[in-house]
Design a protein around this ligand. Structure first.
Ligand code: ADP
Ligand code: MG
Length: 265
């Protein structure tokens, strides 16, 4: 018997022909991308190409209007779901600019977030929670004093990024989107964050890393690299594509595309 051919695999974050507007302006113009569980994919692209827009649309940010296309999580259409529902289903987004939450300590924030993902009626044990949090903090070389500070308030750029990875480690998502996790990091902080992300890699997690520079990919080596320009993925390839981009710049891809368009007439 032949199985019916399904459009989307059951274990991937699958994005097809996505068109997104903000106000009257179309930003994503038919973007297609598939991130199988267990793989790390990187998107590189010039500023303004729509990378952060893509990450926010995956998370369900209300400012963006999807006019066409699909986003499937393990075979389930998630475009109609609220951001918190998507998060509980296993989508995690680390923001390019993490928000501060004055008055709420890191520990309380994480505890509430982990608690919110448990089945109804299940209570998170305090001792178990703290043991897990300290384990993940050690991994990210975060001092214990972090737990008592308000979320991201007065944190340096590097501390905020590390905090985002701590949130990810605690929430154990199925798919994580890391938007410019490298921006604002010095080389030591970058290595710590990369070590944290690498230690979370595994068969149950798909990771999408969005970055402007190749540097992060020296430390988190992706399975695939995609180049995004003007709201679309214009080229995909193995990790070496990142090195080529670094060496030759985005213009060489743009010129290639223009030549191809000219030939196509
Ligand atoms: P990237 O992350 O690749 O630099 P963005 O997704 O941030 O790109 O932005 C893509 C385009 O969408 C840019 O031209 C940007 O000015 C525009 N844009 C993004 N967010 C908004 C917004 N909230 N309002 C208006 N334009 C926006
Ligand atoms: Mg961006």
């Amino acid at each position: 018997m032949r199985l019916a051919k399904t459009h989307h695999t059951m274990s991937s974050l699958s994005i097809r022909n996505l068109h997104v507007r903000i106000g009257e302006k179309e930003i994503l113009k038919g973007l297609t991308l598939e991130i199988p569980k267990g793989e790390v994919h990187a998107i590189m692209g010039p500023n303004g190409s729509g990378k952060s827009t893509l990450s926010k649309v995956i998370a369900g940010h209300p400012d963006y209007t999807v006019t066409a296309g699909e986003v499937f999580l393990d075979g389930e259409d998630i475009l109609g779901l609220e951001p918190d529902v998507r998060a509980r289903k296993g989508i995690f987004l680390a923001f390019q600019y993490p928000i501060e939450i004055p008055g709420v300590t890191n520990a309380n924030f994480l505890r509430a977030a982990v608690q919110a993902r448990l089945p109804e009626g299940e209570e998170l044990e305090a001792t178990e929670f703290y043991a897990r949090m300290y384990e993940k903090m050690d991994l990210l070389e975060m001092p214990r004093a972090f737990t008592g500070r308000a979320v991201n308030e007065g944190f340096s750029g590097g501390e905020k990024k590390r905090n985002e990875i701590l949130q990810m480690a605690m929430l154990e998502p199925k798919y994580a989107v890391l938007d410019e996790t490298d921006s604002g990091l010095d080389i030591d902080a970058l290595k710590v964050v990369a070590h944290g992300v690498n230690s979370l890699r595994g068969p149950d997690l798909g990771i999408l890393i969005i970055t402007h520079y190749q540097r992060l990919l020296d430390y988190i080596v992706p399975d695939y690299v995609h180049v995004m320009m003007d709201g679309r993925i214009v080229q995909s390839g193995p990790k070496e594509l990142a090195l080529e981009l670094e060496a030759r710049g985005y213009d060489f891809i743009k010129e290639g595309l223009e030549r191809a368009e000219a030939v196509a007439g």
